[in-house]
Design a protein around this ligand. Structure first.
Ligand SMILES: CC(C)(COP(=O)(O)OP(=O)(O)OC[C@H]1O[C@@H](n2cnc3c(N)ncnc32)[C@H](O)[C@@H]1OP(=O)(O)O)[C@@H](O)C(=O)NCCC(=O)NCCS
Length: 400
């Protein structure tokens, strides 16, 4: 589409990829250009995922829409992640990223996504419907360097290690309620990119632990650590050998590896704990709840069940569904509904939907935080359907 100022907002053309890469490298890191090429050349993602703003034949802004999956208690929600966002300095502040985000969300919706997640600069993406929803794990300095297990060797992963690494991550994420795995395409980029390195710990030819390391010259951060105790400890010892005293490790709260890693790290200063959050965006609640019927129905039945008509209004729109001893019925969506509590329902404003479904506060915690979260007579029911949740997200960029 052409904006009123004549700037075209559309998918990239093959011959423009080098210009997009140059723009990203100029505004971000040289590694971003490598990442763009990996995405653009990938069979699952490809050129279609890269969006550009073009003025008189020149690429002046860009954003990339990746495919993701957000899982809630094992149910997969199709999702998008917007990454690799940049605008040429002389074109800043003209709403080019706003236009690109609109196209990104249109495309995401059209392919069936019901949620978007991202990591991004502070505040900016709140302007496009993103809400800080799930905690980013704390990254803490390595305090105690564990002994390496002599039967374990550490090496850089290759594409052949992807199934083993994915299995180890699955085991970690099985312990949390909300998880985002790496897509198959993302795994391919991770072993190919130079912005971070995948390490595996091998014992007797078997991959028994894995992690992702940022370049030591930037202060080595070890993220996405997964695996059995002695192998994880050997990975940490290796990180210390490579990175010296400047090694920090992401502590994945709620996952089994937390028990191994946590005691080896400096305590987090209270003021800095839980300071960072992933953004998530739910545009319409009905499709999300429709996909989550097996999860919400099970929560309801496990809590004792019973017949109930449920109403949740986001004030600008609302949803209704039934609960019974066998689960949750179909979700119907309607228009504005201003006084949900007097209608027997609950009010959840649009910018609290993602924290409600994916966040650590649960419906009751959110009611205490937001004056316009009104649970009404459905309070207990809402606390059953939307309890506080633990989350673990694997994203293209380490959130550090
Ligand atoms: C951040 C960046 C992508 C913004 O691009 P842009 O094209 O200037 O953004 P837009 O003009 O579409 O911004 C949308 C709105 O946010 C405002 N805005 C611009 N930069 C902002 C910022 N850093 N923080 C908050 N608001 C900002 C704009 O004024 C605009 O407001 P309006 O729609 O009410 O008029 C660009 O400054 C950039 O490339 N920065 C360096 C690389 C970077 O940080 N990338 C993001 C990585 S997540």
């Amino acid at each position: 589409m052409h904006r009123d100022d004549g700037i075209e907002i559309r998918g990239v053309h093959r011959e423009e990829i080098d210009a997009v890469a140059a723009l990203l490298a100029d505004r971000g890191e040289p590694a971003d250009a490598v990442d763009l090429d990996l995405v653009a050349d990938d069979p699952d993602e490809g050129l279609d995922t890269v969006l550009v703003a073009v003025d008189g034949g020149r690429v002046v802004s860009t954003a990339t829409v990746l495919r993701e999956t957000v899982r809630v208690d094992g149910v997969a929600l199709p999702a998008a992640q917007v990454e690799l966002v940049a605008t040429e300095p002389s074109y800043e502040g003209r709403g080019l990223v706003r236009s690109l985000m609109t196209l990104a969300h249109d495309r995401s919706r059209a392919r069936g996504d019901v949620v978007q997640v991202m990591i991004g600069i502070p505040f900016f993406y709140r302007q496009f419907g993103y809400v800080y929803s799930m905690r980013i794990p704390d990254t803490r300095p390595l305090r105690t360097v564990p002994d390496a297990d002599p039967s374990v060797t550490i090496r850089v992963a290759t594409a052949a290690d992807i199934p083993a690494m994915a299995r180890l991550e699955e085991h970690q994420q099985a312990a949390v309620t909300v998880s985002v795995p790496h897509s198959p395409a993302c795994w391919r980029w991770l072993v190919a990119r130079d912005g971070s390195q995948q390490w595996v710990a091998v014992r007797e030819g078997e991959v028994v632990a894995a992690a992702r390391a940022t370049p030591p010259e930037e202060g080595l951060v070890l993220g996405e650590v997964a695996g059995e105790r002695r192998a994880v400890e050997t990975l940490l010892a290796h990180a210390h050998t490579v990175g010296g005293d400047d090694v920090r490790v992401m502590d994945r709260a709620g996952t089994p590896v937390h028990d191994i890693v946590d005691p080896l790290l400096e305590p987090m200063p209270l003021a800095e704990a839980d300071a960072n959050w992933y953004y998530a965006r739910i545009e319409r609640l009905a499709p999300v709840l429709e996909l989550l019927r097996p999860v919400l129905g099970r929560r309801w039945v496990d809590a004792g069940g019973g017949e109930r008509e449920v109403l949740i209004s986001s004030f600008r729109s609302h949803v209704r569904f039934t609960l019974s001893d066998t689960g949750m019925g179909e979700v119907t969506a309607g228009g504005p509904l201003q006084a949900p509590v007097s209608a027997g329902g609950s009010g959840i404003p649009p910018d609290v939907l993602a924290p409600l479904v994916f966040g650590p506060h649960g419906a009751l915690g959110l009611e205490a935080l937001h004056p316009d979260v009104l649970l009404g007579r459905q309070r207990e029911l809402m606390s059953v359907l939307f309890p506080p949740t633990s989350a673990d997200l694997l994203t293209f960029y380490l959130p550090v």
